[in-house]
Design a protein around this ligand. Structure first.
Ligand SMILES: C[S@@+](CC[C@H](N)C(=O)[O-])C[C@H]1O[C@@H](n2cnc3c(N)ncnc32)[C@H](O)[C@@H]1O
Length: 291
């Protein structure tokens, strides 16, 4: 990770990241990603238990799938707002809301500086959208101020990499070709809250209480298709477009990329069976209350 530029706004690197090529790639794969992450979102949603009439904020809402679920749960007497830094993903979210006829508000803003009146929300929710803050304590402290007294937060974040095959498997397959840096779980990224002790520290320092982390694990289909080869091809698409391998192999030359493709495809093929190509995924469902 590069050293932040002095005086750059908070999360400048992430704002660039989610508005650049990655944001556009996520658009292409959004339906695919929505399907793969649905079960994890449902686990966090069950813990959040949104009720009719509540005001909820979906942090890092992306293209809005979970914001729509929240809107349906709180109904006409409630409100669902999505906040994200990615203009392309929010563009898709607004299109989808219009097509669904749902009254949902989407805001392009940094959630670490939430542009809301204090005590506006009953519930803060997120599916994998809170792991990207430069200063998580400051961000969560600001977000806490937007909660009504006794208001709650519930979010899904990944557990450690070794429990997440979707991340580990392709990297292990190319370990002989490319050296990988160890995951720094204190830096913004998918594993920023994989260490439960650290998550508790951050939320406590940000003024939250009754912090609980519930593990939830379920496999998902990384690849689908009529044949094992088609399943592996489907999985390869994703592995090479979004995620750690795409980042690691960027600008590494065609020869290395070709060798990496062969190695990963061989590893993926071994996982394919009649139903699809399944990989493990494990998250924490984190819940807390405004202290
Ligand atoms: C892994 S994606 C998850 C998107 C969505 N929640 C979903 O489940 O499909 C992470 C999202 O967090 C957003 N994000 C990252 N940092 C953010 C910040 N500081 N404020 C608001 N959104 C942020 C990104 O733009 C991206 O849409």
């Amino acid at each position: 990770m590069e050293t932040p530029i002095p005086d750059a706004p908070p999360n400048a690197e992430q704002i660039e990241y989610w508005n650049g090529a990655v944001g556009l790639r996520w658009l292409t794969y959004n339906d695919w990603l929505d399907e793969r992450t649905a079960a994890y979102g449902r686990a966090a949603f069950a813990a959040a238990a949104p009720r009719p009439g509540e005001a909820v904020l979906d942090i890092g809402c992306g293209a809005g799938a979970t914001t729509f679920e929240l809107a349906r749960a709180v109904g006409r007497d409630g409100s669902a707002t999505g906040i994200d830094i990615s203009a392309p993903l929010l563009g898709r979210a607004r299109e989808r809301a219009a097509a669904l006829g749902l009254a949902v508000e989407f805001l392009e803003a940094d959630a670490s500086r939430p542009p809301f009146a204090p005590q506006r929300f009953d519930l803060l929710f997120s599916r994998f959208g809170v792991m990207f803050f430069d200063d998580p304590v400051a961000a969560f402290a600001e977000l806490r101020k937007t909660l009504k007294p006794g208001g709650r937060i519930a979010f899904a974040c990944w557990q450690e990499p070794r429990l997440n095959d979707w991340y580990e498997l392709p990297l292990t397959a190319i370990a002989h070709l490319v050296e990988r840096a160890p995951v720094d779980t204190r830096q913004p990224g998918p594993f920023a809250f994989s260490d439960p002790g650290y998550t508790r520290e951050v939320l406590t320092a940000a003024g939250f209480a009754q912090i609980e982390l519930a593990p939830f694990a379920t496999p998902f289909y990384l690849g689908r298709g009529a044949t094992r080869e088609a399943m592996a091809d489907d999985a390869m698409e994703q592995v090479f477009r979004v995620g750690p391998v795409a980042r690691l192999l960027e600008a590494r030359g065609e020869e290395l990329n070709a060798a990496a493709r062969d190695a990963i495809r061989a590893a993926l093929l071994q996982l394919a069976d009649d139903d699809g190509l399944e990989v493990g995924g494990a998250i924490w469902v984190v819940t807390a209350r405004a202290g």
